[in-house]
Design a protein around this ligand. Sequence first.
Ligand code: SAM
Ligand code: SF4
Length: 371
Amino acid sequence: MLEAGRYEAGALGSGAFSAVLTCCMASMLIDQYGRVHDYLRIAVTDRCNFRCTYCMPKDGIALGPHADMLSYEEIARLSEIFVGLGVRKLRLTGGEPLVRHGIEGLFPQLSALDTELAISTNGALLVEHLDSLWAHRFHQLNISLDTLYPDRFRAITGRNACEDVQRAIRAATAYHSGTERFQSVKVNTVLIRGINDDELLDFVRFGEELSSLAAGGPTVEMRFIEYMPFRGNAWSSERSLPMSEMLAAIERVYDLDAIESSEVTRSPTIHPGPAKSFRVAGSNLRLGFITTVSEPFCGECSRLRLTADGTLRTCLFGDDGVNLRDMLRFGAREETIASAIESAVLDKWREHPPVHELAGLNTREMIAIGG
Ligand code: SAM
Ligand code: SF4
């Protein structure tokens, strides 16, 4: 065990200082720029029941055999190692996490860990999993919805599920277990010029409706995500709406109050995340903007990603890092895996290249990384 509050210099045999800082006898994953990494997004699958044009190339992606994916036991073991290294929040994502067969079997394994639990879903299968998510402490729900119109929904996602998803969002917002409620329901919307940008204010109104359903319950946030470039997703800078433009359009109708980042999370131990958040004056509704394109937030990045095939990625736009699945399957000891994670974090780059350069890079598709 390391001494409290001191860097462990050279413990990994490389780098200026180790990625491990112990504070009050707890580890933290820190990179060479001093960023603490306490948040792991786990893609439990690269499969999906939707075909969102901005996420998945038209011809789909090359899917590996199921045997290449981390098993639930492997996800649980790796999660435990990450939590031992100071990760305080796990989010299940994908692909669509709820399409993976037997996903509910993973929930109890993760809820046994001392960490916050969250899930990102397209909502199509959410209603049937709400009880189990609730019971296993997955209390932070992010649900994607890019349009309120069924025809347009089909054009964007390839599926007829617009009403189902809206119903699922309402059900999650209104969900009760006795008097208890989910902690947050966030609706993720990627606004694309010429596709759904005319719905910006409709989404704020939808948020107002949810906010009344939530009364006394979950924090409701409508999150507008700037359209990002990934392999095969037809991105162009003209089609990506910057936060400044969305904000100006909303502020023509609504008064907004900026929310300090310390207010954004209820947990003092968790980083507030990258969203720039506002409250609609006179209501509890929050609006959040993920400004990866117009105002990258690399300086505050606290995120790590585990892909469905067990690869650790320290940046959404970076190259693949170490494959932790292979280490597990070749019988590596937990300390060895922990050291590999620490080294990868230590080596994380300071910032990703400018977005116009990213568009030309051959990065994995978003669906294959895990959003
Ligand atoms: N299937 C789940 C869902 O749709 O929420 C989880 C995985 S999805 C990859 C996670 C998030 O990434 C979604 O909110 C989605 O809108 C977002 N996303 C996917 N491609 C994107 C892109 N090109 N730009 C911005 N956000 C994107
Ligand atoms: Fe599937 Fe989510 Fe990607 Fe849409 S955004 S294709 S729902 S993984």
